[in-house]
Design a protein around this ligand. Structure first.
Ligand SMILES: C[S@@+](CC[C@H](N)C(=O)[O-])C[C@H]1O[C@@H](n2cnc3c(N)ncnc32)[C@H](O)[C@@H]1O
Length: 274
C-alpha cells in the first residue's frame, strides 16, 4: 500500500515513532510560511481546548467523513480534535499532513492508539504533498485553507488534493464566507502575515473546484462568528443563525465534491500545473 506513495524517505522519517526532524521541510518552505508555522507551533499546546463554534462545526462535519472508506488524506491536523471524531480504524487509513511540529506532537499525544497503525502523521506542506497521484480515496481540509498566505497558495493546496485523489474520490473543504458581512470584516481586521484569515464566497470556491475537475455534491452552511459581544447575545444569535443559515450567508461553509472525469491539469513529473 505504502509503495504507491512517493518520497518514502520523507514519509518514513516523519512518521511518528521514527523521528521528528523538520529541517528539510522548513528549508524548502516559502519564506512567508515560516511566521504561520511559528504561530501554530505557539498555539499548539492549548489548541485542543479551544471549543466554541469550531467544535460545533467539527461535530457537523465528522459524521460525513466517518462514512468514508479507504485511504483518507486530512490537510491540517491541528491537535487531532477533528480526526478523533471521525476516524474509523476498521475501515479507514488516515494520512494527515501538517507543517507545524507542535500540532503534530499534540495529535500524536491525543491519538496514540491509532498513530502508526491507522493514522500516519506527515510533517509536510499542503502545497507540495509527498504522495503519488491517485493515492487517496478521499481528502479533506477543515478550518485550515483560510490560514494560507493568499489565494494562489490555497489554489495550489486544492490542486495538490485533486492530484493525489483517485478518480471519483471525495473531497470536503471548509472556508470562511466573505459574503457574510460580519465575517468579512473580521477577516480583513485579523488578516496578518503571521496568521492569514482569508475569506471567499461559496460561488468563488465552487467555481474554482469545478475548474479543477470536481463535481459539487453539496454545500454545507456552518456556524461561526456573530456580531454580539456578550455570551448570551452570541449564543442566541448562533442558535437563530443555525436555523436560517444558507451556504450563501453563513459565517463559514463547507463543500462536498467528487473528483470527476473533467480533471484537466497537466501533469509535469508528479507536480500539478493548473
Ligand atoms: C486551525 S488548525 C485546524 C485543525 C483541524 N483541521 C481542525 O479542524 O481541528 C489548522 C492547521 O493547519 C496547519 N496548516 C496551515 N497551513 C498549512 C500548510 N500550508 N501546510 C500544512 N499545514 C498547514 C496548521 O499548522 C494547523 O495545524
Amino acid at each position: 500500500m505504502v509503495s504507491q506513495l512517493v518520497h518514502l524517505n520523507c514519509l518514513n522519517k516523519n512518521r511518528y515513532g521514527k523521528g521528528l526532524d523538520t529541517s528539510d521541510i522548513i528549508g524548502t518552505m516559502k519564506p512567508n510560511y515560516k511566521p504561520i508555522v511559528e504561530t501554530f507551533d505557539r498555539l499548539a499546546s492549548g489548541y485542543a481546548f479551544r471549543g466554541g463554534m469550531e467544535e460545533v462545526n467539527r461535530m457537523t462535519l465528522a459524521p460525513v467523513v466517518a462514512g468514508w472508506k479507504g485511504r483518507i488524506l486530512d490537510i491540517g491536523c491541528g491537535a487531532g480534535t477533528l480526526i478523533e471524531k471521525y476516524i474509523r480504524p476498521d475501515m479507514q487509513e488516515v494520512y494527515t499532513v501538517d507543517f507545524s511540529i507542535g500540532m503534530i506532537h499534540e495529535t500524536k499525544m491525543r491519538l496514540q492508539t491509532y498513530a502508526g497503525r491507522n493514522l500516519f502523521i506527515v510533517n509536510s506542506v499542503a502545497q507540495s504533498l509527498p504522495f503519488a497521484r491517485d493515492s487517496f480515496d478521499a481528502a479533506l481540509s477543515v478550518n485550515t485553507l483560510h490560514n494560507m498566505p493568499d489565494w494562489p497558495d490555497i489554489h495550489q493546496a486544492l490542486a495538490e488534493m485533486v492530484r493525489v485523489l483517485r478518480p471519483r474520490g471525495k473531497l470536503l473543504v471548509e472556508f470562511r464566507n466573505s459574503n457574510n458581512p460580519y465575517r468579512r470584516r473580521l477577516s480583513i481586521k485579523y488578516d496578518k502575515p503571521s496568521l492569514p484569515q482569508k475569506a471567499f464566497t461559496y460561488s468563488e470556491i465552487a467555481v474554482a473546484l469545478e475548474k479543477l475537475g470536481f463535481i459539487i455534491e453539496e454545500g454545507i452552511p456552518l456556524a461561526g462568528e456573530t456580531v454580539h459581544a456578550n455570551f448570551i447575545g452570541k449564543t442566541l444569535e448562533r442558535l437563530r443563525n443555525m436555523k436560517t443559515m444558507t451556504v450563501q450567508n453563513a459565517p463559514r461553509f463547507a463543500i462536498l465534491a467528487t473528483k470527476g472525469p473533467g480533471f484537466r491539469s497537466f501533469l509535469i513529473g508528479d507536480q500539478v500545473q493548473v
